[in-house]
Ligand binder design. Sequence first.
Ligand code: 3PG
Length: 305
Amino acid sequence: MKVLVATDKPFAKAAVDGIRNIVEGAGHELALLEKYTDVNDFYAAVKDADALIVRSDKVTKEVIDAAQNLKIVVRAGAGYDNLDLAACTAKNIVAMNTPGQNSNAVAELALGMMVFMARNQFTPGTGGELLGKKLGIHAYGNVGRLVAKIAKGFGMDVYAFDPFVSAEKMSAEGIKPCQSIEEMYSTCQYISLHIPANNQTKKSIGYDLLSKMPKGGCLVNTARKEVIHEEELVKVLEERADLKYITDIAADNQAELNEKFGTSVFASPKKMGAETAEANINAGLASANQIIKFFQTGDTTFKVN
Ligand code: 3PG
């Protein structure tokens, strides 16, 4: 079987070496397509692949149509909004993710971003501290739980809202459960987003929620740009000079945000939440192992379609 790793943003070398060991050790062939700039190169490379590993690379219907032997695609990471699941399902291709494998890297970045904004993006002048501040975790999944854990180490007062997680579970972990999303946004000075981008969440963070935030509020987005209602973000920042927005995924209107709001906003030049050697190794090797297990036993744990 041929396993293709197609990564516009390549894995660390140690991760690629580990993937190769797993794939070749199981008697399969590994092909690499890294830093491609032309999607036609992706179509050509996937043509005879039996399995595909990607990161945020868009696995569109065109990619799926170009693949003549594909049986499984694994998104080495958590969010699988880059996979056309309907196209996969239509061709009986199993789609998987690797939940939890890169969560710690994203969680550490979220806290780093809070410090960065509390210290005015490291520009000279008096900043603030995280100690004693209220943090709201918007979605208490793998990343949210780790953010909560690290934030408690900073002495933050941690709240969470997640309709899929019981209040009992949150309380047992020392987190204050919020009854509604509005309650959390009006309570917490820091809000950290950990929701996926889907039809329910896209553009869901906008004026109504953000205008409820307390004075000096800061929204931290290590999730997806699509969950933000960008025009409403501009509106609320125009009305509230005290609010801040930091994101790991630049908004479509980031140039406008930067120009209008200066150091109240910040976007990473390229999404870097999962850009650690550790996260690359964890997610990359998990992807390879999931593929080998699927070929050997038909195991479909982590299937998302
Ligand atoms: C994820 O969903 O796992 C993260 O957004 C990581 O994305 P990346 O692999 O493109 O860095």
